[in-house]
Design a protein around this ligand. Structure first.
Ligand code: ARG
Length: 562
């Protein structure tokens, strides 16, 4: 049990509260207390404070009533010691828990469409999904990383038409995503002045659905090329999916679902022969299949939901998909519940996120205004290189290159995580690479800075400098740091309540900020008293460890030097 949980339990026991029910928060600065507990009823807090103060407790020094709050003061030197010892002992597993032990979480994320470059919208899904996967794992869940590949739809009729008419095999093989995207964009452009193109594309789509040999071969080729390209990016981001789910595998099963629905009135056939899902839970009805038997995205998605529930029997099933698809998921879940394949055993959730905007505009592949993820990362690494050269001119070019990669990739990943998930984010280079605050480079730099302090201390005072097992502090700023470290396990656990990794970003930025203000006032290495200096070194080592661990949960790497 973490020290944080022990403190909580101590209070819960004495207040006769159910285990885990008490909310302990770090209060705003002006409040006199280390933690605040909100009890709601201002008439009772006085009495409860007296109850706490009447007992000798292990971690809690005293409690003060303040309206509906209890302000708790901790036994500071005890906590200081125990927390540093705890972090030392647990090391890089600090923050892990076992609440998800024996449970399975299926996380669907990234889910790009084939024959299009992965754009920054899919980037957001990819990085949020990977961060959540890591956090669920840290909490003991067995995690299945699933990538739902958009490999079906009328757009492939268009693409095949464009490829056959204007495409060049060698050029596509060389640079598949850009070429295929250009072909698609060209189709859209030419179709504006030529009505017959849409019709021709529809015919191809229909034939593809009927498994026409030539078209199927082309389409599979596009898919293979696409997966290869996607995996280059996943490699750069250090992401490995356990599974690809192909949307195209669910065409037949979607038809079965529609058949079933027609049987019990969930699906109706219109006069023209279109299959429509009826209104459910007050949500608008929608088309599942056209009159010529062409299934729609939602029908295939429903079948894929059913299929995966049967295959994986997950306890938690998360869809990390942009908020423009919120209605889609509501409709899908309502249908699946009515149909009976979605039940209480699985908690299914759409985890929506806002768009990524560039200069205030949304990107569109169709209009050719999308920025590919590959280019974005390239640019970020380049810009980080300039930053590193300026910050660390003494490093070798190889070291500079290696660090630029870590920083450049980290900056892109972190900047799509740090804001609240549901907000639209505006990508801004100056902010993403701001070494002074609120960015991956800021946290990475803080980490590397601490490493260099420790290294210097070892050089000046010998290998044994970090060590010992009684730790002391002098200033409130040191205790504040320990308090922030103390709550880390709770912060990690709260991520899965909201499925919001940015909670970790907010936490880490505060930790780094507390460290930097401590370090501005206090020279660790010049501390005269041996034990105080050793304690401070252990303190900053703990900060570094938590920064590294927190960033690791977000899939952001740290350089040892910077
Ligand atoms: N491929 C879709 C798109 O890019 C996202 C798929 C999301 N997942 C799902 N099960 N519908 O818009």
């Amino acid at each position: 049990m973490y020290i944080f949980d022990s403190i909580k339990k101590e209070l819960e026991d004495i207040l006769n509260k159910e285990a885990g029910s008490l909310k302990l928060e770090i209060p705003p600065e002006h409040v006199d207390g280390d933690f605040a507990v909100s009890l709601g009823d201002p008439n009772k807090t006085k009495e409860l404070a007296e109850k706490i103060n009447g007992k000798e407790l292990e971690f809690v020094e005293n409690a003060k009533a303040a309206g509906p709050f209890l302000n708790i003061t901790l036994k500071k030197s005890k906590i200081y010691n125990e927390v540093i010892k705890e972090v030392k002992k647990i090391g890089e597993d600090y923050g892990n828990s076992s609440s998800g032990k024996g449970k399975k979480a299926l996380i669907e994320y990234s889910s790009p469409n084939i024959a299009k470059p992965i754009g920054v919208g899919h980037l957001r899904s990819t990085v949020i999904g990977e961060a959540l996967a890591r956090v669920y794992e840290a909490l003991g869940f067995t995690v299945i990383r699933d990538n739902f590949l958009g490999d079906w739809g009328t757009q492939f009729g268009k693409l095949i038409y464009a490829y056959k008419k204007w495409g060049d095999k060698d050029r596509v093989a060389k640079n598949p995503m850009e070429e295929l995207k250009d072909l698609y964009v060209r189709f859209e452009k030419e179709a504006q002045n030529n009505d017959s193109l849409e019709e021709k594309a529809r015919e191809i789509s229909k034939k593809l659905e009927e498994k026409d040999k030539e078209f199927e071969k082309l389409w599979k080729e596009f898919r293979n090329l696409s997966i290869k390209e996607f995996e280059k990016i996943y490699d750069v981001l250090n992401i490995k999916f356990d599974h690809y789910t192909f949307e195209s595998n669910f065409v037949q099963k979607a038809k079965e679902i529609i058949e079933d629905g027609l049987g019990d009135g969930r699906v109706k056939e219109t006069e023209t022969g279109t299959a429509v899902a009826v209104e459910m839970d007050g949500l608008p009805s929608y088309v599942l299949m056209t009159q010529n038997g062409y299934t729609l995205y939602i029908a295939r998605d429903l079948a894929a939901l059913k299929g995966r529930l049967e295959e994986y029997k997950p306890d938690v099933f998360l869809y990390i998909v942009g908020n423009e698809q919120t209605l889609h998921f509501k409709q899908m879940f309502a249908f699946a519940k009515k149909a009976g394949y979605l039940n209480k055993k699985t908690e299914v959730k759409h985890v929506p996120f806002g768009m990524v905007l560039f200069g205030g505009k949304k990107m569109s592949t169709r209009k050719g205004t999308a920025v590919s993820l590959e280019k974005l990362i390239e640019e970020s690494v380049k810009r980080s290189g300039e930053l590193i050269k300026q910050k660390s001119p003494d490093l070798t070019p190889e070291e500079q290159d290696k660090i630029s990669k870590i920083v450049g990739i980290g900056a892109v990943v972190y900047s799509s995580l740090r804001q609240s998930r549901e907000k639209n984010i505006v990508f801004d280079w100056d902010k993403a690479l701001d070494i002074e605050s609120a960015s991956a480079p800021y946290l990475q730099y803080t980490y590397a800075r601490i490493n260099s302090i420790i290294k210097k201390a070892k050089e000046s005072f010998g290998e044994s400098e970090v060590g010992g097992n009684h730790f002391e502090f002098e200033n409130e700023s040191e205790f504040e740091l320990v308090k922030q470290i103390l709550i880390f396990p709770k912060v990690v656990r709260s991520v899965i309540i909201f499925n919001s990794p940015h909670i970790i970003c907010t936490y880490l930025e505060k930790l780094a900020h507390l460290f930097n203000s401590f370090y501005n006032d206090t020279s660790v290495i010049k501390t005269k008293d041996d034990n105080l200096r050793r304690s401070r070194l252990e303190l900053v080592a703990s900060v570094a460890l938590v920064i590294k661990k927190g960033l690791n949960l977000l899939n952001v790497d740290v350089p040892e030097r910077m």
